[in-house]
Design a protein around this ligand. Structure first.
Ligand SMILES: [Zn+2]
Length: 251
């Protein structure tokens, strides 16, 4: 199966063998290397392709069975039951520890929120606009007090971004935002803690929030999109830089 070799490039450090094999098998199914109804190569063949034990293959296959992607045919091995995992989209917690994956998750967040800001500019109700302005001011307040509590600052930041997603009137935007943020929260706390240790955070983000709020209030979708893009690009860069410092100083 050439698909195995092709996908083996995805193997990354830090995951167990069975995590890695699961990832490649999932990749092959999701990307149609194996179609729905196709029989997988035998355990022995897969074990030799991946250069791992049959136990590792068995574990990976049973995980994908639990997800509903694979199924067994009596005596004939595993076949592809579905190319959509039953549990839906998910970001494993351990991904947050990889700088590369974290950068990718931040990039995904950007895609979501840039468009959310544009939709909010077109659609926000007067109440939603007020709420965006209120959360921008609340964030300003937490940044003014001396040595603000780390968690309060992160929460106030996220409340602003949540208010923008609420203003889209599209629950899927809000749902995906809440999911991403639940994954990112710990990492954001770590970044902010690091920034405070180094003598405080820049107040740039405060003004950026006000600017986004203003363009949404004016109903200027293009401007809202641009400002949200600038803000998230800068805050992602700030976060990644903060975490890098933490790694370099060996903490
Ligand atoms: Zn922000």
């Amino acid at each position: 199966m050439t698909g195995n070799l092709q996908a083996t490039a995805l193997l990354v450090d830090g995951a167990t063998l069975s995590d890695q094999v699961t990832e490649v098998l999932r990749h092959n199914v999701v990307n149609g290397v194996w179609g729905v109804g196709d029989l997988l190569p035998s355990e022995t063949a897969l074990a030799s392709d991946f250069d791992v034990s049959r136990t590792v293959i068995r574990e990976a296959v049973s995980r994908l069975k639990a997800e509903g992607m694979l199924s067994s045919r009596q005596g004939r091995g595993a076949f592809v039951a579905s190319n959509r995992p039953r549990q839906g989209f998910a970001i494993p917690e351990c991904d947050m520890e990889s700088q590369r994956k974290l950068a990718q998750i931040l990039e995904l967040r950007m895609g979501l929120e840039i468009e959310a800001a544009a939709i909010a500019a077109l659609r926000a109700t007067p109440e939603a606009r007020l709420e965006i302005q209120r959360t921008a001011e609340a964030y300003d307040q937490t940044n003014q007090s001396d040595g603000p509590a780390v968690a309060t600052g992160v929460s106030a930041d996220l409340e602003f971004h949540r208010a923008v997603c609420v203003a889209t009137g599209n629950d899927y935007y809000l749902g995906l935002f809440n999911y991403l943020v639940a994954s990112l929260r710990e990492t954001m706390l770590a970044g902010r803690l690091q920034a405070l240790k180094r003598g405080g955070e820049s107040r740039d983000a405060v003004q950026e929030h006000y600017d986004i709020a203003a363009s949404i209030a004016e109903g200027d979708a293009e401007c809202a999109r641009q400002r949200m893009r600038d803000h998230l690009q800068m805050s992602s860069a700030r976060l990644l830089a903060q975490l890098k410092t933490e790694e370099d100083s060996g903490e």
